[in-house]
Ligand binder design. Structure first.
Ligand code: CMP
Length: 226
């Protein structure tokens, strides 16, 4: 694979051309269609994946078949590091939510890369810390907040992550389906639809095509409440 491709990943930002070529030499490319399962929870794992294009959801499926979305990951993000680091089975099921292109690295190569490049090991640890913080916040909100509070926090996080501030007093974000919001905040699709409908009636939120426009005053109100 070409080294130019690897320059786009923040994980490899501090590597020189020689170090990049040694990674390019062991990396492979894989493609998945929308809804393909990349990893099943509990299977054994041998590869580390970096997302070139597309998006995945990291999920756990309850014994009753209910899906809980732990995280959505997109271009530049990585997954599949945990099973390689702790020699345990995959911790979650990873599913492509759109056509997905990934760069894969085998376990032994991944471990060797970490051993030889402290900058990469530090970035993997920093990302694991960030994910642990997110998981702690989720536990806190599930234990202490009602559904409205969890939805408010969900919109605040979404706006912070990908919101485009517009001149007309709104912040635009890509609209996830009501079902996926429900699976992220631990409630039913019907409840999410009802709460979003209430926010629309109060003019705090507009939904048009694939975009949700959140009123800045709504975000201020959410911030004061969560
Ligand atoms: P692994 O356990 O090998 O396979 C599933 C992957 O999902 C895991 O590595 C992580 O990369 C990712 N993952 C698991 N839990 C979370 C989480 N809470 N947030 C983000 N990503 C996660």
């Amino acid at each position: 694979m070409q080294t130019a491709l690897f320059r786009k990943f923040a994980l490899f930002a501090e590597l020189d051309e020689r170090e990049l070529s040694s990674i390019a030499a062991v990396a492979k490319s894989r493609r998945y269609a929308k809804d393909d399962v990349v990893f099943h929870a509990d299977e054994s794992g041998d590869i580390f994946c970096l997302i070139r294009e597309g998006q995945v959801k990291v999920t756990m499926i309850s014994p009753e078949g209910k899906e809980i979305i732990l995280s959505m990951l997109g271009p530049g993000d990585f997954f599949g590091e945990m099973a390689l680091l702790d020699n345990e089975p995959r911790s979650a099921t990873v599913i492509a939510t759109e056509q997905l292109d990934v760069v894969t690295i085998w376990r032994s190569d991944f471990l060797q890369i970490l051993q030889e490049n402290f900058s990469i090991a530090k970035k993997v640890l920093a990302e694991l810390s960030r994910r642990l913080r997110n998981a702690s916040n989720r536990i806190e909100s599930l234990a202490t907040m009602d559904v409205y509070g969890r939805l408010a926090r969900f919109f605040l996080d979404l706006a912070a992550k990908q919101g485009k501030v517009l001149d007309n007093g709104y912040v635009a974000v890509t609209r996830p389906t009501h079902q996926s919001i429900a699976n992220m905040i631990g409630t039913s699709r019907e409840t999410v639809s009802r709460l979003i409908h209430d926010l629309m009636k109060q003019n705090l939120l507009l939904s048009e095509g694939k975009t949700i426009y959140l009123r800045k005053t709504a975000l201020d109100q959410f911030r004061a409440e969560v």
